[in-house]
Design a binder for this molecule. Structure first.
Ligand SMILES: [Zn+2]
Ligand SMILES: [Zn+2]
Length: 214
């Protein structure tokens, strides 16, 4: 375990889905605020704008798949994608709490919202430190201070380094959302209809036309 590492508990808002993140420490994770319109749309789709900051930012803690395990409420977990090839955005159906974003079974990275760690007196800042920065500010509502547009190179390199390290250290598997042998998701995944995706745009920041959609 690294310096100050501990086992972090997390839970959905109603407490039915619970789990742990092993070896939680500021060094073990990346923590960034993401202002992208997909993260904003996801929160609004779930009816959970309370999870966004005043500029529409989502506070995301990126961890290795093998660090996460669910201990209760697996039957409530489901996934959505905002487009057919978009991220898998996992959530707890019991109370519409985001439970982790994944790029797919081959990229060992799970992005969890910081609020799920605010349970039983736990505080995300104490476990993981403050966010290292903010990204995708071109989608933000208003102008968040100190945020980079797109993905800042320092934060990008930090994410890539973590993913490579996790793979080398064998932390890509087990993955809480995918089966290792078949690479199939453990839970039901649905793609949000295009009409719903368009409806959600009204709640989010600007949509630059030239930017690739996810
Ligand atoms: Zn719940
Ligand atoms: Zn995002």
């Amino acid at each position: 375990m690294g310096r100050g590492a501990t086992v972090a508990k997390f839970a959905c808002r109603c407490g039915a889905v619970q789990g742990t993140v092993a070896e939680a420490s500021p060094q073990a994770v990346n923590r960034v605020i993401c202002y992208c319109d997909d993260c904003q749309a996801f929160a609004h789709h779930l009816g959970r704008p309370d999870l966004l900051d005043e500029h529409g930012g989502t506070d995301i803690i990126q961890v290795a798949p093998a660090m996460i395990s669910f201990d209760a409420g697996r039957e409530y977990i489901a996934g959505i994608r905002l487009s057919p090839n978009g991220l898998h955005r996992w959530y707890a159906r019991c109370c519409n709490t985001p439970m982790g974003n994944t790029v797919g079974p081959s990229i060992p990275l799970v992005g969890t919202v910081a609020q799920v760690f605010h349970t039983n007196g736990q505080v995300a800042d104490r476990l993981f430190g403050r966010p290292a920065g903010a990204i995708m500010a071109q989608y933000a509502i208003g102008a968040p201070e100190g945020a980079s547009r797109r993905i800042g190179s320092r934060l990008m390199l930090s994410s890539i380094a973590k993913v490579i390290g996790w793979r080398l250290k064998g932390k890509a598997w087990p993955n809480p959302f995918f089966d290792r042998a078949t690479k199939r998701p453990h839970y039901r995944v649905t793609v949000v209809p295009e009409t719903e995706r368009q409806r959600l745009r009204a709640f989010c920041g600007p949509t630059p036309r030239s930017f690739p959609r996810t």
